[in-house]
Design a protein around this ligand. Structure first.
Ligand SMILES: Nc1nc2c(c(=O)[nH]1)N[C@H]1C(S)=C(S)[C@@H](COP(=O)(O)OP(=O)(O)OC[C@H]3O[C@@H](n4cnc5c(N)ncnc54)[C@H](O)[C@@H]3O)O[C@H]1N2
Ligand code: MOO
Length: 389
């Protein structure tokens, strides 16, 4: 029951959503990269009072103005209106008294306690170059909806609203089982042996997708060990690599089925990556079985792992967006053809080295192009997925 790409992606998000993670409260500095479990509602106006947007003078009425005391940055706002005909030196960010506008420093001339605008500069009206209270964020406003990822600017936004802690989703703990008799974890592999492509990259990619701790275990080709791991795992998500196909040592499907996992997506009409399996275990936790071929595995992860984790974290998942193909992209196959591509001024260009077993293209790529059956002409739009790193 191979699925179409879009249907498989939706099914993966829905499967994740059914196992949505609980929430916890974290200090702001520990919440970087996490996902908001509840909307961030601003408790205060930002800025908290009318503030100057420029260095200069707060002025009221017509020039010349009598220059009074400077208004210190960080001082409490004075509720009394600025007296007409007066000016007070002010710095960017300092509170502006009611009724004042700002004359920029470079537009005024101060002499003998009197301020006049330079030739060609009009006297500022009340409110000129003033950031009104609440103009950035109004108290009570939803600043970030639940499901927002706490990127560096999102965290800073929470901070300027006065937040010290945030309610975020508990990241899923992942068990990564690297399957394959031929896999080596260090050193130069002898001919016939293969260095593990997953241990070094998947923990980082999974973390970028919102996962928590990743426990990496290399199982070799031992089917019994795979069965044992699947039987006892209490991880929130199990990811396996290799052993998804039809060879004599491809045990993952059989092992998962015998331990009670049932398939949600059993193969996707895409190349590479088609043997991917997404299944739900007896405890309701998901298993994502990635093909052994290194590019195929990453295509499968970016196609199904991204929406699965987005669902688990209560986030929306990105849809591919159209980008022009710089050259003709052929697809004589019966499913989506996924190509590692670079963006250029003319559109997306496939990298020269493509194919299920090579990471050469992906290592230099900006996006994955999802070429529909029949191909895409040069200049026509092709859906692309951005990469999470
Ligand atoms: N008769 C068929 N054979 C194959 C089919 C098929 O439909 N019928 N599909 C091919 C495709 S497409 C893929 S993709 C692979 C999927 O294979 P598996 O998931 O069973 O993966 P393995 O057989 O274990 O390994 C495939 C390939 O990848 C290398 N590999 C595995 N693990 C790692 C690792 N940790 N690091 C680096 N490289 C790894 C492995 O050495 C193999 O070369 O099946 C095709 N065959
Ligand atoms: O479909 Mo395989 O996953 O092409 O490499």
């Amino acid at each position: 029951m191979t699925s179409e790409w879009e249907a498989a992606r939706r099914a993966a998000w829905e499967a994740g959503r059914r196992t949505i993670r609980g929430a916890e409260t974290r200090p702001l500095e520990a919440a970087a990269g996490r996902t908001l479990a509840a909307a961030l509602v601003a408790p205060v106006d930002v800025p908290g009072c009318d503030t100057s947007a420029m260095d200069g003078w707060a002025v009221a009425g017509a020039p010349p103005w009598r220059v009074g005391d400077a208004i210190p940055v960080g001082s409490a706002p004075d509720p009394r209106p600025l007296v007409s005909g007066t000016a007070r030196p002010i710095a960017t960010g300092a509170p502006v008294p009611p009724g004042a506008g700002i004359l920029r420093r470079e537009h005024g001339e101060e002499r003998d306690g009197r301020l006049t605008p330079r030739t060609g500069t009009a006297a500022p009206a009340a409110g000129k170059d003033v950031r009104p209270a609440g103009s950035d964020v109004a108290a009570g406003e939803v600043v970030l909806p639940a499901g927002s990822r706490l990127t560096p600017p999102a965290l800073a936004l929470a901070a300027i609203c006065g937040m010290d802690e945030l309610e975020v989703r508990v990241p899923p703990r992942v068990l990564l089982l690297v399957v394959g008799e031929e896999i080596e974890v260090s050193g130069v592999p002898s001919p016939g042996r293969v260095r593990d492509a997953y241990g070094p990259q998947l923990p980082g990619v999974l973390a970028a997708l919102g996962a928590g701790e990743v426990d990496v275990r290399h199982l070799g080709g031992d089917a019994d060990q795979l069965l044992a791991e699947l039987g006892v795992s209490d991880a929130d998500l199990v990811v396996t690599t290799g052993g998804t196909s039809q060879g004599p040592t491809d045990h993952v499907r059989a092992a998962a089925a015998s331990r009670g996992w049932s398939a949600v997506v059993d193969g996707v009409a895409m190349r590479p990556g088609h043997p991917v399996l997404l299944a739900i275990g007896p405890s309701g936790r998901p298993l994502l079985a990635l093909p052994g071929n290194p590019f195929a595995a990453m295509v499968a992860l970016l196609s199904l792992g991204v929406p699965l984790l987005d669902g688990m974290l209560g986030r929306r998942t990105p849809s591919p967006v159209p980008a022009p193909a710089a050259v003709e992209l052929e697809n004589p196959g019966r499913g989506v053809r996924v190509l590692a591509c670079r963006r250029s001024a003319d559109g997306v260009v496939p990298l020269p080295q493509q194919g299920p077993a090579t990471l050469r293209g992906l290592a230099e790529a900006d996006v994955l192009a999802l070429v529909p059956i029949g191909g895409t002409r040069a200049g026509a739009p092709v859906p692309v997925l951005s990469l999470p790193w």
